[in-house]
Design a protein around this ligand. Structure first.
Ligand code: GLN
Length: 312
């Protein structure tokens, strides 16, 4: 049976992790002080198929904060709840070519450049239903839990750490508030956003969340429809153009999978119609993308022909 033959996908993941394991370049995030305490050697990857089969290698049980990997999923929730036209009144969908924390605002429309950078993501969180930060965060959390297929916890240390140092994000919230695109007060938006970024996940969760986009919005493990097919397609499109910040163009050439990174060390990548991949490794490159996560996805893509624009 399959088990007796071994799991070729797991072997492929393990082989790639072995190839990148010795890389020690990059640094754990330290601008959120609590993230500097994370064990940097952790390395894990998981692949979830659109049929709900999950393959795992390395440290797939290690929990870390989702950080910016939450952004596409919250964008998906916003689009699903409000429709694309309403969401686009608050955020543009153009690659910024700028870092994730850029002071990004189109002068004429007051919109941040896209929902994958902080300015746009904070606006997306502000659009969630409810008046208070608690209510908005509850909507975010419930939505992300449906993508992951189980309850998600907040890392309170990381939350306090970011809340006490997150003045640049507050500045982005006030800026968008003054431009008329934020959907709440700046304080409500940033508090809910900091809690959103502090939700803990593991590599398997990210694989299943990504696979939920790959199916067109149905979690393949729980079989629950989380968002509409349109919302899933638009989200995957924005990940394609903007998910890796100012590395997005280069990423699409080298790896060719829509993806989103976070400063907690996670990356979620989508192969529409086929699978989602989640990786975890805490050391980051200068753009805030996981060094060994990028290397893992690049090698997987090269070895197994995963580039979405490949001619088969
Ligand atoms: N919480 C982080 C921030 O807002 C998320 C950034 C990231 O993961 N790139 O700065």
């Amino acid at each position: 049976m399959a088990a007796a033959l071994g799991d070729p996908v797991r072997h492929a993941l393990e082989s790639v992790l072995d190839a990148v394991r010795d890389r020690t370049d990059g640094d754990v995030a330290s601008y959120i002080p609590e993230l500097a305490t994370v064990e940097p050697e952790q390395l894990g990857a998981a692949l979830a198929s659109t049929h709900g089969v999950v393959h795992e290698a390395g440290d797939v049980e290690s929990e870390f904060t989702i950080q910016s990997v939450s952004k596409p999923f919250v964008f998906a929730l916003a689009v699903d709840a409000l429709g694309l036209d309403e969401v686009r009144r608050h955020v543009d969908l153009e690659p910024s070519g700028e870092p994730f924390n850029a002071i990004s605002l189109d002068e004429a429309s007051g919109r941040p450049r896209n929902p994958m950078i902080n300015a746009g993501a904070i606006v997306m969180t502000s659009l969630m239903r409810g008046d208070s930060a608690d209510e908005k965060f509850a909507v975010v959390r419930a939505g992300l839990e449906r993508f992951a297929g189980h309850d998600l916890l907040v890392d309170e240390e990381v939350f306090s750490s970011e809340a006490s140092t997150g003045d640049r994000n507050r500045a982005l919230a006030y800026l968008t508030r003054s431009a008329g695109t934020l959907g709440s007060s700046a304080e409500v938006a940033t508090t809910a956003y900091f809690r959103q970024c502090s939700l803990t996940v593991n590599a398997r969760d990210l694989a299943i969340m990504a696979a939920t986009l790959a199916t067109g919005g149905v979690n393949p493990v729980t079989d629950e429809r989380v968002i509409s097919e349109d919302a899933a397609r638009w989200t995957t499109a924005v990940m394609t153009s903007c998910g890796m910040y100012d590395e997005s163009g280069d990423w699409m050439v080298r790896v060719g999978l829509p993806a989103k990174s976070g400063v907690g060390g996670g990356i979620a990548a989508v192969q529409p119609g086929q699978f989602g991949i989640g990786t975890f490794s805490p050391r980051l490159d200068a753009r805030g993308n996981s060094v060994r996560g990028v290397a893992t996805l690049e090698l997987l893509s090269q070895r197994h022909g995963l580039h979405m624009l490949q001619h088969h």
